[in-house]
Design a protein around this ligand. Structure first.
Ligand SMILES: [Ca+2]
Ligand SMILES: [Ca+2]
Length: 180
């Protein structure tokens, strides 16, 4: 039996601290979790150290009392990770939740209601925050049973002049619940 997944950390107030020049490392306190403003309006960049074979989730709050899960799922590979985001809120707090246990409660949860757990979606390459990853109108769980593809269509080639980070859009939590 593995130890329960740890919950942290790293609360960060938007615009609280500028990004330092050095990227986070395995030895960085608090996983090196930090947030920095991006040149694009209302955009920010979260960064942290992604430990190998560790799954990361992001929680958000506007009041440090009510927390909700942001639509982000990342897997560490022993290298820095970053995540762009945008929000219309003047103040938000963030914290990372991580686990390396595929049997943990959150990894065995179906967060988007498509019939597949987060861990199953990780193995299949589908999005645990999108019930229809491929965009074909069929839920991922049903698509799996039908032998259909779960992966999204190929993304267009990136514009080398576009500096916009890959972003998730965050709004004020309306039905926030505490997570396990
Ligand atoms: Ca799911
Ligand atoms: Ca899904």
């Amino acid at each position: 039996m593995k130890t329960p997944p740890a919950l942290f950390v790293a609360s960060a107030l938007l615009c609280a601290a500028p990004l330092s020049a050095s990227p986070p490392t395995a030895d960085s306190p608090n996983s090196g979790f930090r947030i920095a403003p991006h040149p694009d309006p209302s955009s920010y960049l979260l960064s942290w150290w992604g430990a190998s074979d560790t799954f990361y989730f992001l929680q958000q709050s506007t009041d440090l009392v009510n927390w909700s899960l942001a639509p982000m799922f990342r897997t560490g590979s022993g290298a820095p990770l970053d995540q762009g985001l945008s929000t219309d809120q003047p103040r938000m707090f963030f914290r990372l939740k991580h686990t390396d246990d595929p049997e943990s409660e959150i990894m065995q949860s179906d967060l988007d209601g498509d019939g597949l757990t987060v861990y199953q979606e990780y193995l299949l390459g589908s999005d645990p925050f999108n019930p229809d990853t491929s965009g074909n109108g069929i839920f991922d769980g049903i698509a799996l049973k039908l032998g259909m593809t779960l992966t999204p269509p190929p993304a267009p080639l990136p514009d080398p002049n576009d500096t916009t980070p890959p972003a998730i859009l965050l709004h004020t939590p309306t039905s926030a619940t505490l997570l396990p």
